[in-house]
Design a protein around this ligand. Structure first.
Ligand SMILES: *Cc1c(COP(=O)(O)O)cnc(C)c1O
Length: 520
């Protein structure tokens, strides 16, 4: 009987599978599933085996028409044909992070156990919002959160949740900090919001500013704290800013310390910052999106000392744990803080489920439907183990130190702050100093266009610099030396061409800013 009191209609006999239904994964299609996914894996494996440079240098102008021409309303009905097509519009020109001369951003080569996890999690397709959509997945995620919190040393009341990335982790941490500030301040919320301040260093991540905007804070809500010569937040400057805010009737809702700045790979002095925060009663968030790899290092874990005093921590396993995107988490010292993102829906996670102790992760998350990304880390720990991950990360940190040493004795270059992690920020320094910015910009573009190597660029004190982010243990110091030669060659030729132009001589035909330069 249904609600209206009618007899339920008899269930129709199972229909004959149609062509469309043959695409669904179920008992009848497991062979096709195996074949199709294996074909995709084979295609990627073939590409990986054949990659001889990190990038082909393809431009959006060249690729966009090919992708635009594909008629999405005319399916190929053939995985092999679709893979052929995909090869021509994506795989052939992809940026390959596993290549030893990909040295640009915080992208890691991925470990195979995590790829196994990726394949499993998307096929089973658990959604981690509620127990009744994931069962064991929920408990596996919880174990990994506890494991991470333990490694950080957050204590017995810690908790957290996997997120889509450091940006989301930072947002959630700052949301909780804002709610705590609102809960403890006597002012009405509307009056308080414009007075809230977040203190962070200039080297902190821009997701802090973005979060502030999303959290309805004012334009001036993120206050920059001075850094030392190594771009680490100065604790005395932090004390000064906290006091200045208090004198001005402002409320510091959080201090964001960075454990591994994106550009410089330096770690703010966490113990001293934690002490300032404790004294002032301010929420300490540690953004360890990058530096979290040290949690599994057997030789460098001490660099994170003080992180255990944080109120919240961001970790990006997809940065320094060699995990595929996405894999990230936000952790809190006091699990009650997660209540600030708890909402109940009758259809999903009614409040009574809390009393029944049904573990619904949606109660702790900004997301609802959510991937079982934790499985990748789980299989990584179960197959290769944490020490092996730490070894990989230690290796790239060592390599960055070697690269820094190499650069610091090379008269062609100027190198900045010595990283505590695996970045190296440097620039080509021509005798014609006024051309330094343009020469480095050109070198980076020319290098990417040639595809021989990919390096990043950034600005230091208003000047254009280049950056290596080393996350691939396969990158040797010879690779780095070779890339430096390429940079110097591109930059040098550019400088010569510009100097010639400035002297009203004809520009050598071999160099133009727009054209990629190919160097030996
Ligand atoms: C990368 C990074 C982030 C942002 O993380 P996503 O995973 O890219 O969203 C935040 N903070 C720091 C220090 C980072 O390096």
């Amino acid at each position: 009987m249904n609600l209206q009191g009618h007899e339920a209609a008899p269930i129709p006999a199972r229909r004959r599978p149609t062509a469309a239904r043959a695409y669904l994964l179920n008992q009848a299609t497991v062979d096709d599933y195996r074949r199709t996914v294996t074909a995709g894996v084979d295609r990627v494996a073939g590409r990986v085996a054949g990659v001889d440079r990190p990038f082909t240098g393809v431009t959006p102008d060249r690729l966009a028409p090919a992708i635009g021409r594909i008629d999405l309303d005319r399916p190929l009905h053939d995985p092999a044909a679709a893979l052929d097509e995909l090869d021509s519009v994506y795989l052939r020109d992809a940026v390959w992070f596993h290549h030893p001369r990909y040295l640009a951003h915080l992208n890691c080569p991925v470990v195979i156990p995590a790829l196994l996890g990726e394949a499993v999690l998307s096929a089973v397709n658990s959604s981690l919002d509620t127990w009744d959509q994931s069962a064991g997945g929920t408990l596996i995620e919880r174990r990994l959160i506890d494991w991470t919190a333990d490694r950080i040393g957050l204590g017995p009341t810690a908790d957290g949740v996997f997120t889509s990335g450091g940006t989301q982790s930072n947002l959630q941490a700052l949301l909780m900090a804002r709610e705590e500030a609102c809960a403890t301040q006597p002012l009405p919320r509307a009056d308080l919001l414009p007075k809230l301040r977040i203190l962070a260093s200039e080297a902190g991540h821009f997701s802090v500013q973005k979060s502030a905007k999303l959290l309805g804070l004012g334009r001036d809500s993120v206050v920059t704290v001075e850094t030392d010569a190594d771009r680490r937040m100065r604790p005395e400057a932090l004390a000064r800013e906290i006091e200045r805010c208090q004198r001005a009737g402002l409320v510091v809702m959080a201090v964001v310390a960075t454990a591994g700045t994106t550009d410089f790979g330096t770690i703010d002095p966490l113990p001293a910052i934690a002490e300032q925060c404790r004294a002032a009663g301010v929420w300490l968030h540690v953004d360890a999106a990058y530096g979290c790899g040290l949690l599994v290092s057997r030789t460098r874990r001490h660099l994170l000392d003080g992180i255990e005093q944080a109120d919240s921590v961001t970790v990006d396993y997809h940065k320094s744990f060699f995990q595929p995107v996405s894999s990230s988490a936000v952790l809190v010292r006091d699990r009650r803080m997660l209540r600030h993102v708890t909402y109940h829906a009758d259809y999903l996670n009614p409040a009574r489920m809390v009393e029944q102790r049904i573990p619904n992760q949606v109660d702790k998350s900004l997301q609802t439907t959510r991937r079982f990304d934790a499985l990748k880390l789980w299989l990584t720990l179960r197959i290769m183990g944490a020490d092996a991950l730490g070894e990989l990360f230690d290796e790239v940190v060592d390599r960055a130190a070697d690269a820094w040493a190499l650069l610091s004795t090379d008269p062609r270059f100027e190198v900045v702050t010595r990283s505590q992690l695996s970045t190296v920020v440097f620039r080509y320094l021509p005798a014609e100093r006024h051309l330094a910015d343009d020469a480095n910009l050109h070198a980076r573009e020319a290098l990417a266009a040639s595809g021989a190597a990919v390096v990043a660029g950034t600005k230091v004190d208003g000047r254009h610099f280049l950056k290596f982010t080393l996350l691939n243990p396969e990158t040797t110091i010879d690779d780095i030396a070779h890339v430096l030669d390429l940079v110097a060659a591109h930059a040098g030729r550019y400088v010569r061409a510009r100097t010639a132009a400035e002297m009203a001589l004809p520009v050598p035909a071999e160099v133009s800013v727009a054209e990629p330069c190919h160097v030996g």
